[in-house]
Design a protein around this ligand. Sequence first.
Ligand SMILES: Nc1ncnc2c1ncn2[C@@H]1O[C@H](COP(=O)(O)OP(=O)(O)OP(=O)(O)O)[C@@H](O)[C@H]1O
Ligand SMILES: [Mg+2]
Length: 434
Amino acid sequence: MILAKKDVSDLKMDVDEDSDGGATPEDSKSGKEDEIYGGVTEEELIERIEILQADNIRLLEEKRRLENEKHFIETDNLRLQREVQRLRGELARLKRPPLIIGIVKDILSNDRVVVKSTTGPDFVVSVADHIDVDKLMMGSRVSLNKQSLTIMDVLPPAVDPIVSGAEVIERPTVSYDDIGGLKEQIREVRESVELPLVRPDLYEGVGIDPPKGVLMVGPPGTGKTLLAKAVAHETHATFIRLVGSELVQKYIGEGARLVRELFEMAREKAPAVVFIDEIDAIGAKRLDVATSGDREVQRTLMQLLAEMDGFEPLSGVRLIAATNRPDILDDALLRPGRFDRIIEIPLPDLAARKEIFKIHTRNMNMVKSLKFDELAAKTEGATGADIKSICTEAGMFAIRDNRRRVMKKDFMAAIKKVLEEKEEGESEPGVMFA
Ligand SMILES: Nc1ncnc2c1ncn2[C@@H]1O[C@H](COP(=O)(O)OP(=O)(O)OP(=O)(O)O)[C@@H](O)[C@H]1O
Ligand SMILES: [Mg+2]
């Protein structure tokens, strides 16, 4: 009891030395009835209990606070340990020597393998324990230890970034509703591209091979690329898009390799639609007189033809190509079995022009009295791109006049401007802008 009281008086800083004199001689003499409590009065006891209780509460709070702190430090410790681990891993990675890339040429008995390293000569090397030799195939791409050239890992086949980047991941927002006219052409593209991918059984039932490729031809600005975008938006297949000129490369054989990799990727990701825009860049007629550059382009074309004929069937892969120069395309591209479905995208007729006007003025603030029939009638010979440009110009005229609403006269001025500019451009073929 006395010990406990001493402890408490130690903790409690403001307790007076004299006041805790429960055991002091003066106290024991005073108040005889209080001696029942061992020389301590009841009041003093109550007071001490109160002090002890207050201390208890304070200590409990202190305990809670320290526990919190401990918890916090422990989590921090864990975080730091993880950081140390990560940095150790990073350090180990930095210290690790680079690996050489090689191609497996032959697999010998006794787990020995012949590889061609990218540094030049061929080597007979062994295989690291953790690699299953049965998984190695001739032509596999592997990484080799720098000193012993032991096979350390089997790598995935190389795909050129141009090819892997050609896959359309974010689909364009254009849908079939955004195309004015061209109903027949949309139907044809869907029939020959989408249907064989979605319902191959229909073709199998009849016993025919679906057409492999669809070629869209038509004057510039009539909506060929737009239609392909809509297919990419609406199809559930992988959509791979490439522009012909991307296949024209600096070094010999590079273009052909790209075409090969493109088809390899398409086959891997089947069902897939491959769209080659501006195919005239590689599909021009092959001539006898050709520079070395032309010959390289021709080799690329030949690879494309070979891929389309393919030893490996192209099931699950459909091709769409577009050009505005069908006249310069090589005949071999157009023969049956290759791009055998040619879809002509014509200049829009009256009804189509009206629809295109409607599409491009959807978000425009116009006077109600405007008649699309009238606009369509006044734009004979205009392409979809011209009409889009007319709508933009009309809006510009309204802005110039400080108006928020586009009026008929703006459209008339725009039609005049756009179509006259076009005619001028056509009548001066010698003019070049550099
Ligand atoms: N039928 C159409 N309906 C709606 N908009 C159209 C139509 N045709 C063309 N356009 C408009 O014109 C623009 C250009 O069309 P697009 O890029 O499809 O032309 P293209 O036929 O591919 O031309 P090029 O042969 O020069 O590549 C489109 O972005 C679209 O806004
Ligand atoms: Mg185009």
